[in-house]
Structure formats: structure tokens, C-alpha cells
Design a protein around this ligand. Structure first.
Ligand SMILES: Nc1ncnc2c1ncn2[C@@H]1O[C@H](COP(=O)(O)OP(=O)(O)OP(=O)(O)O)[C@@H](O)[C@H]1O
Ligand SMILES: [Mg+2]
Length: 393
């Protein structure tokens, strides 16, 4: 997939801008606070229907304006062109997406059509932050290659919301008898098991396949001195389940755990069991020692882990797309070089030509010289000054 051009109107600090992009490297530079990240954010809105920074549409609306519009033309692997437009109106707080001028009603169908991998400074949260950050990251990744997963995930979230609202309201007003309450929760639990098992198995299956991809991108960046390890932690797996997932076994452990924790859930007023509480754990083996990245890695190692993770996401999505016409994901690299030593910057610059279309931001124009060695003349350079992009030769 390639983004050929982009138009922004009243999006963050952009008034009205039109850009045409290179199919290879797009080098976006400018001083702090001029709109480089905003530009990437607008691209993520076209591909994901929402901001990769989790900003609301209202926060993306240029100060004092009534609405914004982002539109772009994509070209897929079969050379067919698609126009995507996203509009937001402040008065109704309404966001609309148009796919070749037709309004998109089912977002499930849309996600994954324009695959995207983003690496931004916020991603340090992946190795340093809470389990929720990692779940969100991998949920988005798996959703881009599996509509079924996205649908199950949405269904699970809907049921959890209903169950939690029942549990919470019960803390305030004891409207139901204990038996009535337990019966109602059991009904929600049936659905939680149904979707939860599918989600868990999909995640385990994902990790199984993803491991090799991560190992390979580590190899590309730092050689074989590090071995990355990802594990999945879940109360359900602690109940003696083996690495090879068995549908029926997980289902019965799930039910047992939900039954066992029901009184606890009632007293706490919140769901305590399910994949919404699981964790992906990152470890690295270096000089024969296996250590937890979150606790022991140095700043540069954190960054290296995240860069390798994102590059392997690219390859993983690429190999697992449902529709082969879609073409390779687009890669957004926001400030990727900061905090890395020269050797790793050179190494990463050297392998970037292996990827598809790239949008790379930096405050430092000099990096273009390193990239030029690899991309030759296959790039476009843009300077952003106060929300105004300028094509630079
Ligand atoms: N809704 C908005 N309306 C107008 N301007 C906004 C809005 N939201 C953010 N901005 C402005 O956008 C600018 C930040 O842009 P951005 O984050 O893209 O900068 P950047 O070029 O990536 O900088 P850095 O190099 O520091 O990362 C800030 O000055 C901010 O005030
Ligand atoms: Mg920025």
C-alpha cells in the first residue's frame, strides 16, 4: 500500500495543505512543535480511523475552527487507487469516513485495508508501561490481519461493559438478591467465555508465529548478541494449561476461574477474569542471562527493543494479510533516531530500504545524508514550518 497524496484542512496546526509523497522514503524535518508528528497522526487517522496517539477528534481540530478534513489517495499492490476522506464536525461531534466517496458504516470491515505500522516516542510505553499498553498494541496489530479477531474483541468489550455496569451498580444499590445477581452474572460469563477463549487462542497463536519475526529484526539491528523473548501471561494459563492451546481445556478452566472468582468480583464491583487482564512480557537474553526488559534494560536497549518490535510487526502483517492485493504496510517512524548510538542509526538506516513506503520525522536534517547513501534519489524531503510543509530538493 502506498499513500500518494494527502490533503489536510484545519487539522491541528495545519490550515490547508496538500502534499504529494514519494513511494519510498519521505523525510520530514523541522524544529520542535512545528507539526511533524501531527502530519503522521493525520495519516494514522486515515488508516486506523483514529489517532495512533489516542487523541480524540476534538483535540485534533485546529483551535477555534468548526471542523477538519483529511483526505488521501492510496494505491494498492494491484495498482488500484482508493480515496479515503475523514471529516469531523465540532457541533455534532461527528466523525465520518468515506471510502471512494461512499460512507463507511462498518469499521470492522475497514481496519486492515490500509495497513500501517507506527513507531513513535510514545512507544517507550510498550516496554516500560502497563500491560494495557502492550495489549492495545497487539490488539491493533492482530486486528489489521484478522477481522474475526477485531469482531470478537469488540464483542468481548461490549459484554464486559455490561457486566461491569451490573457489578458496579450492585455496589451502590442492592437491587437484586444474591441468587438473582449470580444468575445474571453467569449469563454474561457465558458470553465472556465464548469470545474470551477465541481471543486468547488467537493471541497465543500470534505469539507463536511472531517470535521468529522479532528474532530476525533483532538480528538485523544488533546482530545475534541479543535474543528477544515474548511470553503471554494469563491466569487462565497458570491453571496448568500447556503451551499448545486446547479449546475445550481453556474453556473449562475459564469457567472454573469465573465461578471461583464470582464472589470476589461482586465484592469488588468489577470483572477480575479474562483476556482483558492478560499481559505480554518482554525479555532479552544477553551474554547468556535472560532479563525482564521492563525492569532491567538500559534506555538504548528499550529503544532497540521497540524499534525491532515495530519492524517485525511490519513483516508479520505483510506475511499475514487476508487480501494479497492490499500490499505492504506503510511505516511511520516518528523521531526514530533519537537516543540511539551512531552505529545503530547507521544499521537502521541501512535496512530501511527493505521496507515499503516510509514517513520518517526528525529535527535533524543531517540524518538525510546517512539515508541518502541508502535511498539514493528515491526519497522526498519536506520541511515543516509552523504547519506549512515545504518540498525541499
Ligand atoms: N488542535 C490543535 N490546533 C492547533 N494547533 C495544535 C493543536 N494541537 C496541537 N497543536 C500544535 O501543534 C504543535 C505540535 O506539533 P507536533 O507535535 O506535530 O510537533 P513536532 O514537529 O512533531 O515537534 P517535536 O519535534 O517536538 O516532536 C504544537 O505547537 C501544538 O500547539
Ligand atoms: Mg514530534
Amino acid at each position: 500500500m502506498l499513500l500518494e497524496n494527502l490533503r489536510l484542512h484545519n487539522f491541528k496546526n495545519y490550515k490547508s495543505s496538500s502534499l504529494t509523497f514519494s513511494p519510498n522514503l519521505n523525510f520530514i524535518f523541522g524544529e520542535n512543535g512545528n507539526g511533524k508528528t501531527n502530519l503522521l497522526e493525520s495519516i494514522s487517522m486515515l488508516c486506523y480511523t483514529k489517532s495512533f496517539l489516542q487523541n480524540s477528534e476534538n483535540e485534533c481540530l485546529k483551535y477555534g475552527e468548526e471542523g477538519f478534513e483529511i483526505s488521501g489517495q492510496f494505491k494498492n499492490a494491484a495498482d488500484s487507487l482508493n480515496k479515503i476522506k475523514l471529516t469531523y464536525k465540532n457541533d455534532t461531534n461527528e466523525k465520518e469516513i468515506f471510502y471512494d466517496n461512499e460512507k463507511v458504516t462498518a469499521k470492522n470491515e475497514f481496519i486492515g485495508k490500509f495497513p500501517l505500522v507506527v513507531l513513535s516516542p510514545k512507544d517507550t510505553k510498550l516496554t516500560t508501561g502497563s500491560p494495557q499498553e502492550r495489549r492495545r498494541n497487539f490488539d491493533l496489530l492482530i486486528s489489521q490481519i484478522s477481522r474475526v479477531y477485531l469482531r470478537d474483541l469488540r464483542s468481548l468489550n461490549r459484554v464486559l461493559k455490561q457486566k461491569n455496569s451490573l457489578l458496579k451498580s450492585n455496589l451502590v444499590n442492592k437491587r437484586y438478591s444474591k441468587t438473582e445477581l449470580r444468575d445474571m452474572i453467569a449469563l454474561w460469563n457465558d458470553e465472556i467465555i465464548e469470545y474470551g477463549v477465541k481471543i486468547l487462542i488467537r493471541r497465543l497463536d500470534f505469539i507463536e508465529g511472531f517470535r521468529d519475526y522479532l528474532l530476525e529484526s533483532f538480528n538485523k539491528i544488533v546482530g545475534s548478541s541479543y535474543i528477544p523473548v515474548i511470553n503471554y501471561e494469563s491466569d487462565l494459563l497458570e491453571m496448568g494449561l500447556s503451551e499448545t492451546p486446547d479449546f475445550d481445556l481453556i474453556r473449562s478452566s475459564f469457567r472454573e476461574l469465573l465461578d471461583r472468582k464470582m464472589d470476589f468480583e461482586i465484592s469488588r464491583g468489577i470483572s477480575m477474569v479474562g483476556p482483558q487482564r492478560d499481559n505480554y512480557v518482554f525479555r532479552m537474553k544477553k551474554d547468556g542471562e535472560l532479563f525482564d526488559v521492563r525492569i532491567f534494560a538500559s534506555q538504548g536497549e528499550h529503544k532497540t527493543f521497540v524499534v525491532a518490535l515495530k519492524l517485525s510487526e511490519f513483516e508479520y502483517i505483510n506475511d499475514n494479510l487476508e487480501n494479497s492485493n492490499t500490499g505492504k504496510p506503510i511505516l511511520l517512524l516518528d523521531d526514530v533516531f533519537s537516543e540511539l548510538d551512531k552505529k545503530r542509526i547507521k544499521k537502521i538506516s541501512g535496512i530501511l530500504t527493505d521496507y515499503n513506503q516510509i514517513f520518517l520525522t526528525t529535527t535533524d536534517y543531517d540524518y538525510l545524508n546517512i539515508l541518502r547513501d541508502n535511498f539514493k534519489s528515491n526519497f522526498g524531503a519536506y520541511q515543516i514550518i509552523n504547519g506549512e510543509p515545504q518540498f525541499v530538493n
